[in-house]
Design a protein around this ligand. Structure first.
Ligand code: C2E
Ligand code: SIN
Ligand code: SIN
Ligand code: SIN
Ligand code: FE
Ligand code: FE
Length: 406
């Protein structure tokens, strides 16, 4: 049996750990895994408040998970429930109080809330004990609901949730709420920044950034698997990389329209100005320190470096673009000196640019694009990553259909 002090220590460190996670989806995954492990719950769900409804946003269920092949993910559909007393989750959001119910099919007639059997009927799961907590931010507003389902004893028999665990989960739910709110703000900020860039280049940027981000995580995942990178690290890096890749050209927002939207070829002076979009983008993230901000800065700064050292901007101060002395013997960074995420986005970006029509060029046919990428392995691009690109090319090709250019 774990003693109270040990439980307190655990719940504090788990709360601190949540503060490290940026992406909303990864965060929900972590919150539910940790909370379920703490009380040994077979299943659980997280609802996020959207106006006057709760959106069923994420779920886990060990009973169903065990029926799937290894590596396969549980498929579930999202739905919304009103914030009222017709469901346990709705009641908890409505009143801001937690509920600990030993068996939801044995509720007395006198209680003001009801158990919504719809989900059990749909999934043929038997919900029994349920612990439902409001996710309250530090202003006391309910931003969602954490629901833990079917506590199990060591033999796997469903038992009620222990009342002694309630304060720990309550404390954890508070940390979780603050982390979720912050992650949602981060995502909103990214979308604002992208739409700002889109204002400047409405014909192309939106679809281009989505494609480049999606290609990038396919390349990364293939590369990481071939290297035996831990699954948890892959999941985390995919999400960080996806957001960072979306922002690879965000520095173009600072480039004058006369250059950015020029219908023809750029002259040398114009191209020199255009190259500043790398460090101008990185500068936007230079005073921040999370994994995500660092990845976004690394991608913006390095996505036009070349494996052979002939790319740009090279070793520069991202605050002002000033070239720093390096002694590398090439104008740009070279080989693995270029951060991994920069090397990945370089491939995704050029693949997309060549495959697309631009104001200044026609699109190339696929054969010519792939031939170019193959030839540039070891020159413009990291050869190992080009291999990963071709290994996942079927998936990559299908992505273009999901994000067609306007
Ligand atoms: P972008 O259009 O997203 O292109 C990204 C990168 O794809 C380019 O980086 C380049 O490496 C590659 N790329 C695109 N089109 C071609 C092509 O026809 N041939 C070859 N070999 N590579 C190509 P780069 O050159 O550093 O350009 C960065 C950005 O500068 C481009 O982003 C685009 O916004 C702008 N840009 C570059 N050249 C021109 C130009 O001649 N006219 C105009 N209007 N913009 C240009
Ligand atoms: C509810 O909160 O009443 C629904 C519980 C569930 O979806 O299992
Ligand atoms: C990594 O986290 O694996 C690399 C990050 C980067 O190079 O930007
Ligand atoms: C080049 O990389 O050759 C110039 C950029 C372009 O063709 O768009
Ligand atoms: Fe760029
Ligand atoms: Fe680009």
């Amino acid at each position: 049996m774990i003693d109270e002090k040990e439980k307190m220590r655990q719940i504090l460190s788990l709360g601190l750990e949540l503060a490290q996670v940026r992406d909303v989806d990864i965060l929900l995954e972590r919150i539910l895994s940790v909370a379920r492990a703490f009380v040994n719950a077979d299943a659980g769900s997280i609802y996020i408040r959207e106006g006057e409804t709760l959106k069923f946003s994420y779920t886990q269920n060990d009973t169903f998970q065990k029926q799937l092949a290894p590596g396969q993910k549980l498929i579930y559909s999202t739905f919304t429930v009103p914030i009222n007393n017709a469901s346990l989750a709705g009641y908890v959001a409505n009143t801001g109080t937690m509920l600990n119910i030993p068996d939801v099919y044995e509720l007395p007639d006198t209680v003001p809330y009801a158990f919504n059997r719809g989900y059990d009927e749909l999934t043929r799961y038997r919900t029994q004990s349920v612990l439902t907590f409001p996710l309250k931010n530090n202003r006391g507003a309910v931003i969602g609901v954490l629901q833990l389902i079917n506590a199990c004893d060591p033999a796997g028999t469903v038992v009620p949730f222990a009342p002694e665990d309630e304060p720990f989960i309550m404390h954890f739910a508070g940390n979780a709420a603050i982390a979720i709110e912050r992650a949602m703000m981060t995502r909103a900020m990214i979308l604002r920044m992208i739409s700002m860039a889109e204002l400047r280049d409405p014909k192309e940027t939106g679809a281009h950034v989505n494609r480049v981000a999606a290609y990038s995580i396919e390349i990364y995942e293939r590369w990481a698997r071939s290297r035996g990178v831990a699954e948890s690290e892959i999941t985390q890096n995919r999400d960080v990389l996806r957001m960072a890749a979306m922002l690879h050209d965000v520095g173009k927002v600072a480039i004058a329209d006369a250059i950015l939207k020029k219908p023809g070829r750029l002259d040398d002076a114009e191209y020199a100005v255009m190259k500043n979009h790398t460090w101008l983008g990185a500068r936007l993230f230079s005073d921040t320190f999370s994994d995500f901000d660092q990845a976004a800065a690394a991608v913006a700064l390095n996505h036009h470096e070349r494996w052979d050292g002939n790319g740009y901007p090279g070793h520069v101060n991202p605050l002002n673009g000033e070239v720093l002395a390096t002694g590398q013997g090439t104008p740009g960074k070279k080989g693995e000196e270029i951060p991994l995420f920069g090397r990945i986005v370089a491939i995704a970006d050029v693949y997309d640019a060549l495959s697309s029509r631009r104001a200044y060029k026609e699109s190339w046919d696929e054969g010519r694009v792939l031939e170019t990428l193959r030839q540039e392995a070891g020159r413009q691009f990291d050869p190992e990553l080009i291999e990963a690109f071709f290994a996942s090319f079927d998936t990559i090709r299908s992505i273009a259909d999901r994000y067609p250019s306007a």
